[in-house]
Write a protein that binds this ligand. Structure first.
Ligand SMILES: O=C(O)C(=O)C[C@]1(C(=O)O)C=C[C@@H](O)C=C1
Length: 409
């Protein structure tokens, strides 16, 4: 499948076409105010004039950057067409390049000198890149819906707001929408700092041909939400995703010990139910409150102050090295003494650090297990290649799930 980018013929200009304007130091920024009211007002006017001038320069530069992105899109398309003309198998044009985005964002964080903090500036650039990519090819991202879930918030954090987020009812349908090509990428929760692994996500990887293309961490803060004007005494039922109920268990036991708790398919669904049923409150986050016009009865009710969920981005193509990468694999070996030690020993010998290891029952053999192993490095690194070769010899199953840039934001 080859998609044409938006028309780049008129607008694709090189950076030289637009000369960048040096930022002038205005007197208002350098001179000390005399302190009188009249001179304060003049200063304010001058500084605002400076802001207008800087905004105009930023706008010109963003337009220059967007034209560069259009040119990149045209080159990517030309490359795929040239390969087709040479008789090579049809390839998909890969507009989204996670490794490049990670490098751009890391450089922005490293370069930052204040007064804004590195991550703040990086978020601004995240949105600029998202808009530039949408000029090349708008991305469709499947996420575990409905609207207002933390998974949607993670999708927007990772891809920016120019991505088109497409809600799915189950984790399975996120996988199948990407596998079928209806969506370019998908995003699924994989672990929570309080509740551990999302086993359904891990199991889905075993049979899926998809590759992991990235990771996103989200600080998860839950609120008790109800429709506007609802009083505490009116609440007869609290609904939430079972993970959210578990993450707020102590708070619920202390404040609402006698009220019914109902587990539903997602926090977004809980918010939807609360919006339609007076007397039902939901546990959900800011996005759900906004999407369903709910008000907080209590805020930040999670038991652990640093409650964080990690999400994985899934796609159809492999991601080249970004310089700071992780790799995930599924591996299984014969059930014999020292099996796990034998699987892990190559990592020690080649000096590669593990970042996670999880066990799931094998679906093909009773009392046998598969290991999900995640480690630092990219599958193109020589040490990682050697580890994979050794694991291949020792295991009965070895499935690389993908190498991807370590989360930046
Ligand atoms: O460098 C590219 O390949 C681009 O398409 C440009 C750009 C960008 O705006 O910087 C846009 C989208 C990609 O995901 C990565 C980077």
């Amino acid at each position: 499948m080859t998609d044409s980018p938006n028309d780049t013929s008129k607008d694709s200009a090189s950076v030289d076409d637009q000369s960048s304007i040096p930022v002038e130091q205005s007197p208002a920024l350098t001179e000390k105010s005399s302190g009188s009211e009249a001179s304060d007002a003049r200063d304010l006017e001058q500084v605002r004039a400076d802001i207008d001038a800087v905004d105009s320069q930023i706008q010109t530069l963003i337009a220059q950057r967007a034209r560069c992105a259009q040119r990149v899109a045209a080159i990517k398309l030309e490359e795929v067409q040239a390969a087709r003309a040479r008789g090579e198998p049809d390839q998909e044009v890969v507009y989204y390049r996670p490794e490049r985005e990670a490098q751009v964002l890391r450089r922005i964080m490293d370069r930052d000198t204040g007064p804004l903090e590195g991550p703040t500036v990086a978020h601004v650039f995240r949105e600029i890149m998202s808009a530039c990519l949408a000029l090349e090819k708008p991305l469709q991202v499947a996420y575990l819906g409905p609207e207002g879930t933390f998974t949607q918030a993670a999708a927007l954090k990772h891809f920016g707001h120019a991505a088109v987020c497409v809600p799915q009812v189950t984790i399975d349908s996120v996988f199948s929408e990407v596998e079928s090509g209806h969506c370019n990428y998908g995003i699924v929760p994989v672990e929570n700092s309080t509740e551990g692994m999302v086993s359904h996500t891990l199991d889905s990887f075993i049979d899926s041909p998809l590759k992991i293309a990235g990771e996103v961490e989200m600080r998860i803060s839950h609120h008790l939400l109800a429709s506007s004007g609802t009083q505490m005494e009116e609440i007869t039922r609290i609904c939430a995703h079972q993970q959210a109920l578990a993450q707020c268990r102590n708070w619920l036991d202390a404040h609402w010990p006698k009220i019914e708790r109902l587990a539903v398919s997602s926090n977004g669904e809980a918010a939807r139910i609360a919006a339609q049923n007076p007397g039902t409150a939901a546990i959900a986050g800011d996005m759900a409150a906004e999407a369903y016009h709910l008000e907080p009865l209590a805020e930040h009710i999670e038991d652990a102050a640093d409650n964080t969920t990690r999400f994985l981005v899934i796609g159809r193509s492999e991601v080249p090295p970004s310089g700071i990468d992780k790799t995930s694999i599924v591996v299984s070996s014969r059930n014999k003494p020292g099996a796990l030690f034998t699987l892990l020993d190559p990592f020690r010998r080649h000096g590669v650090s593990l970042t996670r290891i999880d066990t799931r029952p094998s679906r093909t053999e009773k009392w046998a297990y598969v290991f999900f192993i995640e480690f630092e490095g990219h599958v193109q690194d020589p040490a990682v290649l050697e580890i994979m070769r050794e694991l291949e010899e020792q295991s009965i199953l070895l499935k690389p799930l993908g190498s991807y840039p370590r989360g930046v934001l």
